[in-house]
Design a protein around this ligand. Structure first.
Ligand code: PEP
Length: 250
């Protein structure tokens, strides 16, 4: 069933990128149709660049945010609402990234509220889940991921406005990756949970793998069952590396 799902190659620029970096977005957008025509392509730059990135992308790739506040507006200095991201030109927003869960103490409940805000604003929510190294060593991976899914997924989501990203915390930015068998186990589990939690929709929701995806390992990781694309951090910062990954979907 997952073979029928159109993949998504997504880049998360984190707190990287200034105006000059728009050249990379332009290059990714120019290459997307010919080099990665079998997938949707998305770059999530810092919020300061969303509007300009949208212009640089010229409608050829999607642009997203990296986080949003749960409320639509109000006295929340420094925060950005889903509605504001949408207004700036975003179509997606990442919520519950492990760096936000760790650096800002975001709970599953807070992540769900943000994901529901994304849906309210007409954005697609990319909800991140994943275990720490200690949790994997303790054999708790599926328990942790299951708890994050049931606690963080937005109510009322569809396969059109929800993407799940499995990102083992220990694989992010470390150069380490799970084996394809481990990825298959977790993605198969996530699919099972999605079908259970979202009857009629869960079978069609895209499940991305994220964590040290590079041109050299992308083909192997993207070939795993129930892997419907990638969420890429470091290797999404240059068009050369990112297209080396996205071209798996040529
Ligand atoms: C991420 O932070 O979402 C990520 C996958 O990072 P990296 O690709 O750098 O491991």
């Amino acid at each position: 069933m997952s073979n029928a799902i159109r993949p998504l190659a997504a880049g998360n620029w984190k707190m990287n990128g200034v105006t000059a970096s728009l050249a990379e977005i332009k290059a990714i957008a120019e290459a997307a149709a010919t080099e990665a025509g079998g997938a949707d392509v998305l770059i999530c730059p810092p919020a300061t660049l969303i509007s300009a990135a949208r212009a640089a992308a010229g409608g050829k790739i999607a642009i997203g945010g990296q986080d949003c506040h749960a409320k639509p507006s109000g006295a929340h200095t420094g925060d950005i609402s889903a509605e504001q991201l949408k207004d700036a030109g975003a179509s997606h927003v990442i919520v519950g990234h492990s760096e936000r869960r760790a650096d800002h103490g975001e709970s599953d409940e807070a992540v769900r509220a943000k994901a529901e805000a994304a849906l309210r604003a007409g954005l697609t929510a990319i909800v991140c889940v994943g275990e720490t190294h200690l949790q994997r060593e303790a054999g708790q991976t599926l328990t942790v991921v299951g708890r994050q899914l049931s606690g963080s997924l937005p109510h009322g989501a569809t396969a059109q406005n929800l993407v799940v990203a499995y990102e083992p915390v220990w694989a992010i930015g470390t150069g380490l990756t799970p084996t394809p068998a481990d990825v298959a186990e977790v993605h198969g589990f996530i699919r099972h949970e999605l079908v259970d939690l979202m009857p009629g929709e869960g079978a069609k929701v895209r499940i991305l793998y994220g964590g040290s995806v590079k041109p050299s390992n992308a083909a192997e990781l993207m070939a795993v069952g129930n892997v419907n694309g990638a969420l890429v951090g470091g290797a999404s910062l240059t068009a050369k590396d990112f297209m080396g990954i996205a071209s798996v979907y040529k």
